[in-house]
Design a protein around this ligand. Sequence first.
Ligand code: MLC
Ligand code: AMP
Length: 469
Amino acid sequence: MTAHIPLLTALSAPDRIDHPAVVTIGEDSISRADLYSAAMAFAERVTGAGRVAIITTATVDTVIAMTGCLFAGVTVVPVPPDAGHAEREHILTDSAARYWVGTGPDEHPLPVIPVDRRARASSSAPAEPPETATALIMYTSGTTGAPKGVLLSRKAIAACIDALAEAWEWNAEDTLVHGLPLFHVHGLVLGVLGALRLGSPLIHTVRPKPESYAAAGGSLYFGVPTVWSRVCEQPDAARALRSARLLVSGSAPLPVPVFDRLTALTGIRPIERYGMSETLITVSTRFRGERRPGWVGLPLSGVRTRVRDENGNDVPRDGVSLGQLQISGPTLFDGYLGQPEKTAESMTADGWFRTGDIVAVESTGFHRIAGRESVDMIKSGGYRIGAGEIEHALLAHPGVAEAAVVGIADPDLGQRIVAYVVGDIDDPEQLSAFVTDHLAFHKRPRQIHFVDALPRNAMGKVQKKLLTG
Ligand code: MLC
Ligand code: AMP
């Protein structure tokens, strides 16, 4: 039998680190020792629950629930707090979650296992679940269809956090600050589980606002490019970050002017790192190493990358030739829940994950992300959004006959969601609200154009390239 290293190493051994780290979320805080005790008690209550869903409101109770489930080996399905009814129903049905943990929405029939912050475990710690066990099922958009459940094992999460700790020299001396959502890899796996594995105090600012980042006084900051761009728009907030050790950007391309302006205001060249829900973080610049605007750096420890053209041939590592990035390594997911065909499509015959990102790699191994293969995968504010999912929601409106959704370059969000609609409706606000009611707030179209017809080719396929300009 192999001995398993606890996933949340630092949290499981609070007495091994000599400063009393805390998790602070907004105005609320909990010490590491109290979090450990409350999570152990929660683990007792939740043991055997199978798969559970958590509404990931940014609160200390959410962290207790999440942590307790991980202690108990119960698989967690994070649900966006503002998921519309169609999105929430899909996640619950597809995942077959049996309980809500923390709180549940009034109108949903699953039983709720509440958190009691003062509860203490009656027996000693449960055995650490096997490292191959699924820790999280993260729902993420594809180009078409409803979001898919990405199966993430404990060992993939541990490998990712440890590789980042090495690359960034991230340890218990760092205070981590961010305000990212807790239902994606960035905010949850790195931003919460990373801190609990490595022992860093965590300050979660609830929303990633520049003034909250400025007030937090941390050493390690996470943000998506939209956050860093907004920080730069408030120079006083940016200058308050000068005392930080590292500013890290990821989840979407960091525009070179934002890299340069952030560097000028803070004196810190940001670290850029690249990842996906399916692969976790795989490529990054290093704390001690070159940080080059527009480039995301080198594969993390244990990760291998290759770049292939449409015929499956290797693309030269000359820094300019483009091809599809493929990844192998210990941080890969275990497939899409219940979708073996989609899982198989996403992998090559020899076991590499096809990212769908177009990259160039130079001889030094530095990677530059040039874009996505599909126009139907939109990144807006760091959120991955499938055009098909929004089109489907729009088409559910009785006044909509046809819909095409595209991502248009946006200085703040990277891309903004724009919908072209044919039908008998003329109020964009109402239609946008209809989408929000079905899906999450960030999936709403920011602009809706009502048109007489969508541009189609001879086969009848919508020509989205004509809509993106
Ligand atoms: C926000 N608002 C809402 C709302 N959310 N109103 C109603 N319901 C909701 N759910 C309101 C706010 O109060 C505000 O109003 C206005 O909308 C704008 O809010 P905001 O927070 O600034 O939102 P927005 O501009 O839409 O978002 C920007 C953002 C957000 C950067 C904060 O996109 C974000 O959190 N992105 C992170 C995405 C992420 O974590 N991705 C990681 C994927 S993992 P007012 O009146 O206050 O202005 C991954 C792997 C990897 O990619 O590599 O990391
Ligand atoms: P998600 O599944 O939400 O994790 O989104 C993954 C996608 O985000 C990747 O396939 C990339 O397109 C994009 N992405 C993540 N990090 C970066 C980065 N540093 N630069 C450019 N794109 C990124």
